[in-house]
Design a protein around this ligand. Structure first.
Ligand SMILES: Nc1ncnc2c1ncn2[C@@H]1O[C@H](COP(=O)(O)OP(=O)(O)OP(=O)(O)O)[C@@H](O)[C@H]1O
Ligand SMILES: Nc1ncnc2c1ncn2[C@@H]1O[C@H](COP(=O)(O)OP(=O)(O)OP(=O)(O)O)[C@@H](O)[C@H]1O
Ligand SMILES: [Mg+2]
Ligand SMILES: [Mg+2]
Lengths: 227, 227
């Protein structure tokens, strides 16, 4: 369960304040699938960074499974980031000069999984995202969409209970995009909570609910009707 | 006039060959507006890098305004890249720790334009792309879509006669995307040649013609009917 309570985020640029989020409040239940939409610059990635425990609110509170995240120690936060939450960054954040397989294995190395086991898991995920023939390629030897798919595979490798995906299909053609959404769907059916940022309506509608941000505020929170 | 003649591009990964383009041939006339579509990994960015004189074919020839690019010296190539061609990279390639204004001014600094003049041109372009209030932000202080728009402004700052844009709206919501396409349209009406890579059909249809790549080959070359 995720509870965002009156959260504002204000970036400081020297003497200027840049408000990115303004008194945002909402909750997301366990195993819910929620999309976040909104214009460029409206605060979507800022909100995802807070939910993913990568950044903290300037004002307001964030509760994860009933516990206020601000009160957690560094070890608890590291365990949450590594085991509970899978994050697909908008900018991918792949390790340069490191091949696709190693990039995907990285979270498993931190989690102490054996070499044989992590090799098997990482390879099977790269195959799932259509990169069975790109294990040895470094990020500079992959196309934009292929890098994005490596980042998706890395986010899934620890079978997270919460998946945060920031524009996961932004660099993909509609076929590759649909394949990724199928993978997210099956993770959702296995019980995971999924929060997805997208600017494409047809992708947002894979979710049960869409939260709309504008200029840092929640301006709409709609259910997706399944006909 | 751009003429691609039987061009293949094969990347070498140790002992393995990775064919990215396979015997591609087509021509693009002065002041034509052409889109390139194709699945992730089909060779679109590789083709754009060759057309933009940033990479060379493994086999085949590339003619720009009747001159074979391979025969050009470094000074000619630098002048083409800086004055004739504007490039919006799929990965933006902005200078980190350098604010938006300076990033956009960069091509004008190389071209020897005065401080006052380049400040005026760069500011007006940032306003055109909706970033009038982000001059002082570095890339790390901008959202994904805002960074993309800085990269677009930088590509336009030298009023290029050829604009190469690789997924220019990939990180933008439909409103911001439409605003960018309006700017490209007006550049086209002033006589520029525009080549645009996209995976979104409605963006591709702003062009006169769509070239479809699949697995490194041109599989279709269609005119866009204007009704
Ligand atoms: N330096 C390299 N070394 C080896 N292979 C490479 C290299 N750069 C690209 N490739 C391969 O060449 C193929 C074409 O890449 P390219 O970047 O042109 O694709 P693209 O059509 O732009 O895809 P996307 O839509 O994902 O951006 C891909 O399969 C990619 O893995
Ligand atoms: N470190 C920072 N310092 C100052 N301002 C920032 C910083 N990071 C982000 N911003 C500003 O905060 C606002 C929200 O940014 P955010 O990245 O959350 O937008 P977004 O909704 O994800 O947009 P996009 O769709 O373009 O990715 C933007 O206007 C941006 O300029
Ligand atoms: Mg964002
Ligand atoms: Mg590409």
């Amino acid at each position: 369960m995720i509870k965002i309570e009156n959260v504002s985020k204000i970036y400081k640029m020297g003497t200027i304040d840049v408000p990115a989020l303004r008194e945002v409040s909402f909750s997301i239940k366990q195993n819910e699938f929620v999309s976040i939409m909104g214009p460029s610059g409206s605060g979507k990635s800022t909100l995802m960074n807070i939910i993913g425990c990568l950044d903290t609110p300037t004002i307001g509170r964030y509760f994860l499974d009933g516990i206020e995240v601000e009160k957690l120690g560094d070890n608890d936060l590291a365990a949450i980031r590594n085991k509970k939450i899978g994050f697909v960054f908008q900018t991918f954040n792949l390790l340069p000069r490191t091949n696709a397989l190693k990039n995907v294995e990285l979270p498993l190395i931190y989690a102490g999984v054996s070499v044989k086991e992590r090799d098997k898991i990482a390879k099977s995920l790269l195959v799932d995202v259509g990169l069975g023939d790109r294990f040895e390629h470094n990020p500079s030897e992959l196309s934009g969409g292929q890098r994005q798919r490596v980042a998706i595979a890395r986010a899934l490798v620890n079978t997270p209970s919460i998946l945060l995906a920031d524009e996961p299909t932004g660099n993909l053609d509609s076929k590759a995009g649909a394949e990724i959404m199928e993978i997210f769907n099956s993770l959702h059916q296995k019980g995971a909570t999924i929060i997805l940022v997208t600017h494409e309506r047809y992708v947002a509608e894979f979710a049960d609910r869409i939260i709309h941000l504008f200029d840092g505020k929640v301006v709409k929170d709609e259910n997706v009707d399944r006909v």
